[in-house]
Write a protein that binds this ligand. Structure first.
Ligand code: ADP
Length: 253
């Protein structure tokens, strides 16, 4: 009897060890694959604007262009430079995020923070962003929280093919928690992809649903920042209907 029990136990332990080793190896393999994809995306993302800046600057130098063409060419240089700055900022945010400390927290007015994000984003006519003022205060790092809300609102507009791109932001208080929801009428995310979108470097395959370029770092960053604030972030989504990101943060008064 004891031999049978010991054998069953041994089989269980070996199976568990095998399962966890396989799981770790698989996730390491997946991470290595994602990193490779990331490096090749990044190389492409850096190379394309740099090549465009180089060609445009050479043309400006070589030809005697009229005023209109000159300003057109200068605009190309400016747009491509903005793209590179945006990419550098995303990478810097990720690096900085690994080091920011709780001492950097301050008492913040949520309305002010969200208004800043909306003013930064809502420049196009076909973009409608609603926000109901709340008067809530939260304790946090202004720069990082602003970046998080910017990333989420930016995604809500990027992954959106509706005629009028609509984003609704709401904040409510539940006991000692402020729940902030950001809903969009965009392309949505399938249940399969939903599981991974907070993973570093993860992107829904471009051809599958959209042709938006990105690095798959925005939501990984958002999750890390929110968790460092003692909060949580989750998402609900329906393909072709839209997505809602819900952020819970501790209430400060
Ligand atoms: P990036 O936008 O640079 O790819 P993110 O980490 O911000 O990186 O997002 C990860 C992926 O999640 C995106 O590639 C996109 O496929 C999906 N996603 C994020 N937000 C939305 C949204 N509001 N609607 C649809 N898909 C989204």
């Amino acid at each position: 009897k004891w031999i049978l029990v010991s054998s069953v136990l041994l089989i269980c332990i070996v199976t568990m060890c095998f399962y966890y080793t396989a799981k770790t190896l698989l996730s390491q393999q997946k991470l290595a694959l994602l990193k490779n994809q990331f490096v090749s995306n990044m190389t492409h993302e850096i190379h394309t604007p740099l090549a465009s800046i180089k060609i445009t600057a050479e043309a400006l130098q070589k030809y005697d262009l009229d005023k209109n063409s000159t300003s057109e060419y200068l605009e190309i240089i400016q747009n491509q430079t903005d793209k590179l700055i945006d990419l550098t900022n995303q990478l810097l945010n990720k690096a900085r995020n690994e080091h920011f400390e709780l001492q950097d927290f301050e008492n913040l007015a949520l309305d002010h923070l969200i208004r800043n994000v909306i003013n930064h984003q809502a420049v196009e006519d076909k973009v409608k962003i609603n926000y109901n003022e709340s008067n809530f205060r939260i304790k946090g790092n202004n720069v990082h929280l602003t970046n998080v809300f910017n990333n989420i609102v930016d995604n809500a507009l990027k992954y959106n093919r509706s005629e009028i791109k609509q984003v609704d932001i709401d904040a409510i208080k539940r006991n000692h928690i402020i729940e902030i929801s950001i809903s969009d009428n965009g392309i949505g995310i399938s249940a399969e992809n939903l599981k991974y979108i907070f993973d570093p470097f993860y992107r829904v395959t471009a051809n599958e649903t959209h042709d938006v370029k990105g690095y798959g770092l925005g939501l990984d960053y958002a999750k890390t920042v929110i968790e460092k604030h003692g909060g949580t972030i989750e998402v609900r989504s329906e393909v072709n209907k839209g997505s809602t990101f819900i952020i819970n943060l501790p209430y400060e008064g």
